[in-house]
Ligand binder design. Sequence first.
Ligand SMILES: [Cu+2]
Length: 649
Amino acid sequence: MTPPKLRFVCLLVSAAAFAQNQTTPATRQTPEVPPAGAAALTAQDAPRPTAETTLLKEAPDACAYKPIDIDNPAYAGQPFQNPPMLYSKNGVLTTKLEVKFTDPSKVKIAGCGVKLRSFNGALGGPTLRLKPGDTLRLLLDNQLPTETPQEIARQFQDEAGVAHIIAKPHSFNTTNMHYHGLHVSPSSKVVDGKVIASDDVLIAVAPGEQQQYEVAIPKDHPTGTFWYHPHAHGSTAVQVGSGMAGALIIDDDPKVLPKSLAQASSPEHEKIMVFESILYNTHGEVTTIASFFPSPNPPTPEACAKPGEDGTWECSHRLTTINGQIVPIITMRPGEVQRWRMVDGGFRESIELQLDNHPLHEIALDGIYTGQIDDWGTATRALDLEPGYRSDVLVQAQPCTPQNPTHREQVAAFLLKSSPAQALPPIGGCVFGLWNRPVAGKALRGIQQREGLLAIVEVKGDPVTDMSLPTVAEMTALRATVNLPVGDISGQATGVQQVVYKLGQDPKGAKNYFQVNYGSYDPDNVRRLQLGKTEQWNITTIGDPANINGIPPLPHVFHIHVNPFQYKRIGSGGQPELVYKDTLFIPAGDGENSINVYTTYTDFTGQFVMHCHILDHEDLGMMEVDEVVKDVITPMKMESADMIQHHHH
Ligand SMILES: [Cu+2]
């Protein structure tokens, strides 16, 4: 069904077009009101002139499932670029996001012209920046084409053929918007006969439709790193797995920040990193949800050669991108401190981050300051990013001296299996790799993942002498300004909500069950929660009973909208820490190995969802509707008429 001209386009477009368009197509919007210093950012992040890249010929099979030559400067190794930034003005950020296919003659990943569902025709959306009390007025303009009934039937069969689902057929070109992690109203309202939506993922924006969003950010909203992405049930994995995601930042008042943190967070030193796993096929497209299913474990060449396996993430050889770039080069001066705002926007990828020779000083999780500084690195553990997670870290560049070990050889070996590698900066600076690499050799998921080079940090230039890390005391004081209890709230819990994520299969082994509490997603099955109440959520995962030899328990990723939850994690020093999150990895359980978190339903009534953030699991049924109401009235569960008759005879 893909016109052959797509492949033809792959052959013809020059690398220069790639360099120009990969992350900044002309359709992207420019900042409306950049703050002081933002202009410098734009200039600093402009693409490095790449005379040599125009001479490089693209491989004729650039879209094939084969290793990407990340030593090719046309594919990787370009200067890191922040996404375009859009700022609120006078309390409002007004913008339009066009949902449309990328133009394969302009947008390329490693030389492959891609035709992917996107925001504004780019690999990743602009960064939206607001302040507490602001309103986001976003027009979502779905310009994707209407599918034929046959196409919708095929897409539905794609999902219904592998999973027991209740949901009705639903096109991959239908979309909507979720503001992940924001504490805002989940309810839409009708104004003058028009629906004005807030963080409402229960509405659908069909091809050709526009939807106006007005998201009111409370005055006391935590400042931090959030993100936005589509959340239309049945097409979330396909759309997010195509790169439809962007950062949403609730900006700090710089006067409230410790001076060192304000400096590291300034436009000159701040980096926004939206990690994406874009799983395009050999035509540069995403046409089926099946490609998002797990790769064979381990993904050996033999296992990947089996029918249907070559297009899975680990077998496909596709690479994790940062803001649409493959292995960008981040330049730092010795002693400089940068704030990295990181978002795992992948559909199912666990990222275990390590930066050679540099600890990652983590100060915020899922958009909320921890009040602590956790140092993740080879001496402790990799920093864990799971799908939907955010982590804000500070990185201070080591001095670049002949004595300081640089990782040039290691990075070069990874790039080319030889040295020197073309993609590396010229010799003279210090080179460090940012890796996706579990410290223990095995990812949290318990599955084998590729070791990946995500970015290169090049340290060069004159030392910076006036930058430093904040102290723990300063971060504790900053945390005290956040409107969420610092102390343990578990003692205030007056109820328990249970969550069992089940991935099982029917006895024939033909289809899987993706369930919450033994039911697949059903919009009419609503869990009611009482406004103002604090409760424990007890979360576990199960598979099939061992005696039917089905699917063993697997990990899942818990995510709930609107209210964050308090969780006791183990910090980098091995100590327990109370943190707030909205997304949490739940290890494989057996119904006993459960995780407890605590939350208070504050400020907002209305319906929203709770689901697994492995997005194909969500689309295939591992989601439920929750509703916060002023008064919970629990209906008595009645036996059915059939049951009563049975009892009486
Ligand atoms: Cu899951």
